[in-house]
Ligand binder design. Structure first.
Ligand code: PCA
Length: 213
């Protein structure tokens, strides 16, 4: 049995994306007796959903957790819901697409809930000493997109595969790099961060909570 984990490549003004590193580093590892397939998705509205569908067809995972970067958030955010909206919010995707107030799927459900145990995962993370929270919005960029599209795909195909999305904060190195552009040396603020090892543990626990130890 496999567990499918995806991260995203860097996008916008980010030169790195911890979700890609986590996916690469957990690829091939074992979690709860299953093999992790870790892959990095393109930050492109026209490609991401299709690539995810291909990965699901190829690896037939028992559970899917997609991840991405939410710079500025201070905790691991386990997303509750994906909405039927594509809006780049001023950050073009990596193919320069800039959707504004579009529907992901015309006539589709307004919103689709994640089917991993969202609340239980957050409780597990907090018990493990990892700052975490339920998030009620994954935004309207690619992170929301892959959550909504994958849930819609699994429902259409009548596949009983739990799927969810986890937003990761910056790493300390990422926060330091971002602070170079700001006023930190004059007393300005620095964005919150969590170490990569903790981010990896959070993703591991999310899978364990979903499929059992
Ligand atoms: N974060 C963006 C898209 C890719 C990523 O890692 C988001 O939150 O939608």
């Amino acid at each position: 049995m496999t567990l499918l984990l995806t991260g995203y490549e860097p996008f916008g003004d980010h030169t790195r994306n911890p979700s890609a590193t986590v996916a690469r580093e957990l690829d091939g590892k074992e979690i709860a007796g299953r093999e992790v397939v870790g892959r990095v998705l393109p930050v492109e509205f026209d490609r991401t959903g299709n690539e995810m569908e291909e990965l699901i067809a190829k690896f037939e995972p028992e559970a899917v957790v997609a991840t991405g970067l939410a710079a500025g958030r201070s905790a691991i955010s386990v997303e509750r819901v994906g909405i039927n909206v594509a809006d780049c919010g001023g950050t073009p995707d990596n193919a320069d697409a800039e959707p504004r107030d579009e529907r992901i799927c015309a006539g589709g459900d307004d919103a689709l809930f994640a089917t991993i145990p969202v609340v239980e995962t957050v409780s597990t993370l907090l018990d493990s000493g990892i700052p975490a929270r339920v998030s009620n919005t994954a935004g309207t960029h690619l992170c929301n997109n892959v959550l909504y599209r994958t849930r819609a795909h699994l429902e259409r195909e009548e596949m009983d595969v739990p799927m969810g999305f986890v937003h990761l904060p910056l790493t300390p190195a990422g926060a330091a790099e971002k602070a170079q552009d700001g006023e930190a040396t004059s007393g300005g603020s620095v964005q919150p961060s969590l170490p990569l090892a903790m981010q990896k543990e959070a993703v591991t626990r999310a899978f364990e909570t979903t499929v059992g130890n």
